[in-house]
Design a protein around this ligand. Structure first.
Ligand SMILES: *Cc1c(COP(=O)(O)O)cnc(C)c1O
Length: 230
């Protein structure tokens, strides 16, 4: 399977081109390879091609891959919804979580983080376009949750993440992503020490980078079309 390597090279090029268009350094954008539904072998091929950060939505599936690939120096990000009964698995196995949107979940993650490990790196998921059923805290509640998370010893707040509805074109994707940027800047202005704006997927990473994304989450453009669940 050369494809993963070729696909990664294409994405690195898209990131570099988008950074150039936005007047940004390519090193200012981190690529998260979203490996949900794909095998540990696919992850290991992406690693061999030079990829280090991987994202998983389904917690048990992610833990299985983390354990299977424990010999590789990978960084694992949980980007999916977290039920209370799954917080321990996340706290014990992942390096990052992008999908924290409730204090209760944050408290459990902090309590369950093994003291032998670095704090869990956290982004608050924000429901930036107000979709009624979607995960994420409403933008006007993000500041309160941020200050609560900042007080939890097992967590280190790094930024915000959003997953807006797919936009039809670059301009409309940019408008929505700029709302996330505005919130991110507002939180920093209020004293939050943040460095991560987790925005953009396979289809809209150029608009996300134009809006200031520091981390794009790309699945299908690296690993191929997902057959189910996602
Ligand atoms: C699946 C997923 C992605 C990747 O989506 P693609 O369209 O495959 O690039 C990014 N972020 C989140 C939160 C996801 O669930």
């Amino acid at each position: 399977m050369f494809e993963i390597k070729t696909n990664l090279e294409t994405i690195w090029l898209r990131i570099a081109n988008a950074c150039e268009a936005a007047g940004r350094e390519p090193a200012s954008v981190r690529l998260l390879a979203v490996s949900k539904t794909f095998s540990a072998q696919a992850v290991s091929q992406a690693h061999a091609a030079g990829q280090r950060d991987f994202g998983e939505n389904y917690i048990q599936e992610g833990v299985d891959k983390i354990q299977a690939l424990a010999h590789l120096p990978l960084v694992w990000h949980c980007i999916g919804p977290i039920q209370s009964n799954k917080t321990r698995l996340v706290a014990e196995h992942f390096d990052w979580v992008h999908s924290v949107d409730r204090l209760k979940i944050a408290q459990r993650l902090s309590e369950q983080r093994p003291p032998t490990r670095e704090p869990l790196q956290v982004c608050i998921q924000v429901n930036v376009d107000g979709g009624p059923t979607k995960a994420g805290v409403p933008p006007d509640q993000a500041a309160e949750l941020a200050s609560q998370i900042a007080g939890l010893p097992g967590l280190r707040l790094r930024g915000i993440m959003s997953i807006p509805e797919p936009a039809p074109d670059f301009a409309s994707a940019l408008v929505v992503h700029q709302r996330s940027l505005a919130l991110y800047e507002a939180l920093k202005a209020q004293g939050c020490d943040l460095d991560t704006l987790s925005l953009g997927m396979s289809a809209d990473l150029e608009a996300a980078i134009q809006a200031g994304s520091t981390l794009v989450r790309v699945g299908s453009a690296i690993f191929g079309t997902r057959s189910s669940r996602a």
